[in-house]
Design a protein around this ligand. Structure first.
Ligand SMILES: C[S@@+](CC[C@H](N)C(=O)[O-])C[C@H]1O[C@@H](n2cnc3c(N)ncnc32)[C@H](O)[C@@H]1O
Length: 395
């Protein structure tokens, strides 16, 4: 059963809506666990051996595996169910949000006036980039930026409520397991950092921004995004949860902050939604605004050059079928090269795999992040034993 979100921007779902959300979450679980396991077995037992007999070698990379799997009924079935389940995630939450469109906008406005210490700065002249306006990213109708009423927060609500269904309880009450994990990583791995000011790029509704502000209460936390309705919602949600964050509408490719300004620049699930030229700009901007000694830390999926061919194929699914066309081109990059091209020293690069903060304890977490472990077949997948992957550099 999917439980309602517990902050003030949440809404009470009807019994039917709750049942629908639970069905979708269970359907997704079935696709991503049972069907995915069966599909892997089918590949391993039949598809790969057949290829090896014909070619005298195993499939060498993800695109080769994808080409083979596209001919398989099992993959076609898996893919169409997964695609439909993704659409159903959004369909399960949109009617309730439509019904409450005006009252959500009003509630956001009144929460904005609370004295929590955060702020919201929108730019009416801002031109939302095409990587957002031209796509319904991960099949979400209206993407992040569309507006339907004055002071609209609908796309933020859709993202928050939709992720609640999507995550099916794996990301914690406030859907912030990634932020909890990465902020604790910073605390335990960079004990000398004591961040005074940090930036989260591409924050959406701030799920993974707030944990930093809570863990480092002395730190001034800034978060940017290009989508006004998501930012309005983010600010209202942060106010409701009484966490001070300064949200601003801005592109990561052109940051309106001075040089050497932040101790930490963070992002999660962000870079892969940018065209490669914008990824390069955003990383160069991150380098520019970091103080010397400051840290860039970004949570993503591991790169294809470190993935087994089947895992590459499996993790690239979103790029082909989930309206995330920049995902594979990003994962095809050599991450240390991207970091060096942004201006960081060659030896400044680091990468990490960490257990989910919500599913481990501090001693285990601490041990793993200091062990320089490589990712495993749970990395980035919403299943039991999930691990998060990240990389970054120190300026
Ligand atoms: C998958 S979401 C990020 C999720 C969020 N970081 C989290 O951890 O919950 C990607 C976000 O990037 C934003 N975005 C896309 N292009 C951007 C850009 N050039 N600068 C800043 N944000 C951008 C989108 O509006 C969207 O909110």
């Amino acid at each position: 059963m999917i439980t309602d979100l517990t902050h003030e921007m949440s809404m009470t779902a009807s019994r039917d809506e709750r049942a629908r959300k639970s069905f979708v979450a269970q359907l997704r679980g079935h696709v991503l666990v049972n069907m995915a396991d069966n599909m892997h077995r089918h590949y391993h037992d039949q598809v790969a051996p057949r290829y090896e007999r014909e070619h005298g070698e195993a499939p060498a990379d993800g695109p080769t595996v994808h080409k083979l799997m596209k001919e398989e009924d099992y993959f076609r079935f898996y893919s169409s169910i997964r695609y439909n389940a993704q659409e159903m995630v959004w369909q399960s939450v949109i009617p309730g949000i439509e019904r409450n469109l005006k009252s959500l906008a009003d509630k956001a406005k009144s929460l904005s006036d609370r004295d929590v210490g955060g702020s919201l700065t929108l730019d009416p002249e801002f031109e939302v980039p095409k990587n957002v306006t031209r796509l319904d990213v991960h099949l979400a109708p209206g993407c992040y930026h569309s507006e339907f009423t004055e002071g609209d927060v609908a796309t933020g609500a859709i993202y928050d409520q939709g992720l609640n269904v999507f995550a099916a309880g794996m990301m914690g009450e406030h859907l912030c397991d990634i932020g909890d994990s990465f902020s604790n990583y910073v605390r335990l791995r960079f004990k000398d950092l004591n961040p005074e000011r940090m930036l989260d790029m591409g924050c959406t509704v701030g799920h993974n921004t707030l944990p930093f502000a809570k863990l480092f209460p002395e730190c001034e936390v800034h978060a940017i995004d290009v989508a006004a309705p998501a930012l309005r919602y983010a600010h209202a949600r942060a106010q409701a949860l009484e966490v001070p964050v300064h949200f601003r509408q801005m592109s990561a490719t052109k940051l309106d902050y001075p040089d050497n300004h932040f101790d930490l620049v963070y992002s999660s699930m962000f870079l892969h939604e940018l065209p490669l030229k914008d990824i390069r700009k955003a990383l160069a901007e991150a380098y520019r605004v970091l103080k010397p000694g400051g840290i860039l830390l970004t949570m993503e999926l591991p790169p294809n050059n470190q993935s087994a061919p089947y895992d590459s194929f499996y993790l690239d699914w979103d790029s082909y079928y989930n309206q995330e066309p920049y995902y594979k081109p990003f994962r095809d990059q050599d991450y240390p090269t991207l970091i060096a091209d942004a201006g960081f020293d060659g030896d400044a690069y680091f990468e990490t795999v960490m257990p989910s903060w919500g599913h481990s304890d501090e001693a285990f977490f601490d041990e793993v992040i200091h062990a320089d472990g490589r990712f495993n077949d749970k990395t980035g997948r919403l299943t039991d034993g999930i691990c998060w992957y990240g990389f970054g550099a120190r300026k």
